[in-house]
Design a protein around this ligand. Structure first.
Ligand code: PMP
Length: 433
């Protein structure tokens, strides 16, 4: 029995089955490469789900964490605060979009950042309604789960959702949902379901992650900004997956030139250490009463040190430009594959920067989702030493999230493996049909 098989058996016996896992048991990782416990090498185009934007174990991040570990690892910011938290807040206040006074709070996970953003919006407006979108993913806590726009597996079996959470359709050009249709639905929601003056916040991902890398068009974001300004609603941009240089800008909202009132960040923020943040308008952030937000581990010093190093590396290595370069290489090859006869299953190729995805369909005319083929491609790739992730409300999208520090030779190698995996999976599933 291989070590991976042995670990799988032990994992099945000891770990909650609700925690989904793949079969790759990691032993070590370096930049865009990962080796499993049996010594098998993988190119990692998942990056821990958009966390290792600076690659696994970036030397500057590791050095910053080691230096902090020599000083102290935890005091709890509520008990004995430290400068690095304050200076990170200063940096995030400056680097998030929006020409207004900002403040920041640090927490630990993406879901926690979302929870706190909603709490701030409610405290500031004195209202309770929150509007999210179909296909959204905002985390697995109670409010995060309620905000998700996908039932299976995030909401199924978990009882009553918190009240006053509503959903409108997210624009999706491939499936014919225009920004105008989405905004009209929002308007309809205000007429039929909730008075806009009872809505505290509208939350959205500028590029949906788990939902299938659907890009919010600039006109939609501008439309939402207008709606929020008209009714005094707080606009929350959930940049947990799309932020930190992933899309070719530090924040995805910058592509549209729209500033949200609050921004949530996590994942790529601290290059593999658990840290998240809410940054936004000072008056909104400060509406939460003292002691009402925070947490024991919130803004952990090791993770904060990592985040400072990540922000330095993004500038020093021009990772926004690298996101474009890597993303262009991925899209170019995928476009060529989609144009090839026999690969009509690739219905759509899309992305922003190095957040690239392709959607698989049984039929290009009907655009019917092909989740089985998606699973087969992911499995083929894994067998051939490439880590990629499925996503999408219908489970029929493959997403590519390479570290932004990946060498181009490994991008090419990954694309060769991906191409072979797609060909093999298409061959298998079409033969079985
Ligand atoms: N928001 C978005 C946009 C995400 O992609 C995720 C994680 N996939 C979350 C929130 C939740 O983050 P976490 O898993 O760290 O709680």
């Amino acid at each position: 029995m291989s070590r991976s098989e042995e670990l799988k058996t032990r994992r099945t016996a000891a770990v909650a089955s609700g925690v989904g896992t793949r079969g790759i048991y990691a032993e070590r990782a370096e930049n865009a490469e990962l080796w499993d416990v049996d010594g098998k090498r993988y190119i990692d185009l998942a990056a821990g789900i958009a966390v290792n934007n600076t690659g696994h174990r970036h030397p500057k991040v590791m050095a910053a964490v080691a230096k902090q570990a020599d000083a102290f690892t935890h005091t709890c910011f509520h008990v004995a605060p430290y400068e690095s938290y304050v200076s990170l807040a200063e940096r995030l206040n400056k680097s998030t979009p929006g020409d207004f006074d900002k403040k920041t709070m640090l927490v630990t996970t993406g879901a926690e950042a979302v929870e706190n953003a909603v709490k701030m919006a409610r405290a500031f407006t004195g209202r309770s309604g929150v509007i999210a979108f179909s296909g959204a993913f905002h985390g697995r806590t109670l409010m995060g789960m309620a905000l998700c726009g996908k039932v299976q597996p995030y909401k199924k079996a978990f009882g009553a959702m918190p009240p006053e959470v509503y959903h409108a359709a997210f624009p999706n050009s491939y499936h014919g949902i225009t920004p105008e249709m989405s905004l009209a639905q929002l308007d309809q929601l205000f007429k039929s379901t909730i008075d806009p003056e009872r809505v505290a916040a509208i939350i959205l991902e500028p590029v949906q992650g788990e939902g299938g890398f659907n890009i919010a068009p600039a006109e939609f974001l501008r439309g939402l900004r207008e709606v929020c300004d008209t009714y005094g609603i707080i606009l929350i941009a959930d940049e947990v997956q799309a932020g930190m240089a992933r899309t070719g800008k530090l924040f995805a909202m910058e592509h549209a030139g729209v500033a949200a009132d609050l921004v949530t960040m996590a994942k790529g923020l601290a290059g593999g250490f658990p840290l998240s943040a809410v940054t936004g308008r000072s008056e909104v952030v400060d509406a939460a009463p003292t002691g009402g937000i925070g947490g024991t581990y919130a803004g952990n010093p090791l993770a904060v040190a990592a985040a400072h190093a990540v922000l330095d590396v993004i500038v020093e290595e021009d990772l926004c430009a690298r996101a474009e370069e890597v993303g262009n290489a991925l899209r170019e090859r995928l476009d060529a594959l989609a144009a090839r006869q026999g690969l009509e299953a690739i219905g759509d190729v899309r992305g922003l920067g190095a957040m690239v995805a392709f959607e698989l369909v049984t039929d290009r005319a009907t655009r019917t989702p092909d989740a089985a083929l998606t699973q087969a491609i992911v499995a083929e790739a894994e067998a051939r030493g490439l880590i990629i992730l499925p996503c999408g409300t219908h489970g029929n999208v493959v997403r590519l999230l390479p570290p932004l520090t990946i060498p181009m030779a490994q991008v090419d190698e990954a694309l060769d493996i991906l191409e072979a995996s797609i060909e093999a999976a298409v061959g298998q599933t079409r033969a079985a049909a």
